[in-house]
Design a binder for this molecule. Structure first.
Ligand code: ZN
Length: 375
């Protein structure tokens, strides 16, 4: 039986091959560029049609979130359109923490990833399609250190300044799938939610805050090892030009409402995190956020409020994180949206788990919730 071949030299590819024997491979995840994080993987396995692949990713107790592996099934696709799940099992005691993925492809080429990838090519399709819609303008807020543009789409004629941005953490691809749902809602003239939102609000949308980390296949950092969501207090041209550009554009418009979209490795559910603990906290500003959370919770079973992050104590908010900085700096109703890599056990979808399609649906629900929140 021939040995399979494994490749990852492509947009957002990331894997190291330790050994291959027939249809079995021992693998490891390389660290993010100039950083200690590792969790994102994305590779192609070729030459195994009709044979069971056994792919063992080792060393995961030293990954960024070891809690992300128990209860997790790897994402797999044979046509790069539909992403399903391959049964996976995690053993913390073998090979420094090993995830074993088993899958029998029908065809000779199968793709595996931590979550359905969102390529820079697809990003450019998304931006170009939206920019071609009536009433939408595009601007480049700045350049990354690899020289990629930081794209921003502006639309709407209303007074309320809304900022929506995603993929500060590039391996959290759910966030840009979510953006597809948001942009489809806002740019479809037959969508009444989008139409009325654009009358009431001025939208500023950054679908990908970290193109360098995305293309390089990083989980959490840009091309020089910076975690952008720890740079919002003092961004610099040398380490975090992405944040410097986005925060500067926010200073020009002000911010009334903001969602920063992410994925969470360990918690098997979608949830929001707010800005408790900012120095200028008032119960009124806090309630404006909690009211949005309640509306979204009522609108979709794919969102919940039981699982989530602990709230910061008074005065203890970390102002280097975007949501806290935006709430403090602008008095905005700001929030971090987290979507899972796993599935929501209360509302499971066994074939796909949490998926690009569900991320997009949640984007639509978030816009409908915003319309209700505006009143
Ligand atoms: Zn994140």
């Amino acid at each position: 039986m021939n040995d399979i071949r494994i490749d990852s030299e492509f947009d957002s590819g990331n894997i190291e091959v330790l050994s291959i024997d027939g249809a079995s491979a021992k693998l490891a995840i390389p660290l993010d560029d100039q950083a200690e994080f590792k969790q994102w993987f994305h590779f192609r396995a070729a030459g195994a049609a009709g044979r069971e692949l056994e792919l063992v990713i080792t060393g995961l107790e030293k990954s960024a979130y070891p809690g992300g592996w128990p209860g997790y099934d790897a994402c797999v696709s044979e046509d790069r359109e539909f992403w399903g799940r391959a049964p996976s099992s995690y053993d913390a005691k073998t090979d420094g923490g090993a995830l074993t993925i088993r899958y029998t492809p029908a065809s000779d080429v199968a793709w595996f990833a931590y979550f359905a990838p969102y390529s820079m090519e697809r990003h450019h399709d998304l931006v170009s399609e939206a920019a071609a819609c009536e009433g939408v303008t595009h601007r480049t807020l700045g350049s990354t250190l690899d020289g990629q543009p930081i794209d921003c789409l502006d639309m709407g004629e209303g007074e309320t300044q809304v900022w929506l941005y995603a993929r500060q953490h590039p391996g959290e691809t759910q966030a840009e799938w979510w953006m597809e749902g948001v942009l489809e809602t806002l740019t479809d003239p037959s969508d009444s939610v989008g139409r009325i939102l654009r009358q009431k609000c001025r939208f500023h949308i950054v679908p990908n805050c970290n193109p360098d980390g995305s293309r390089r296949g990083n989980l959490r950092v840009n091309g020089v090892g910076t975690n952008l969501n720890r740079e919002w207090a003092e961004p610099t041209l040398e380490k975090s030009p992405e944040v410097l550009a986005i925060r500067g554009a926010m200073d020009e418009t002000g911010v009334d409402f903001a969602i920063d979209a992410h994925g969470d490795e360990a918690i098997p559910a979608a949830f929001l995190a707010g800005f408790e603990g900012i120095p200028s906290w008032t119960d009124e500003q806090g309630e404006s956020y909690y009211r949005y959370e309640r509306i979204l919770n009522r609108r979709t079973p794919d969102f919940q409020t039981e699982l989530g992050y602990p709230k910061s104590a008074p005065g203890k908010a970390n102002l280097s994180m975007s949501t806290n900085q935006v709430a403090e700096r602008f008095g905005a109703t700001a929030m971090t949206l987290e979507m899972p890599y796993k599935d929501n056990p209360k509302d499971p979808e066994p074939e796909q788990g949490w998926s690009p399609e569900r991320s997009k649906m949640l984007g639509r629900d978030c816009m409908a919730a915003l319309l209700e929140w505006l009143g």
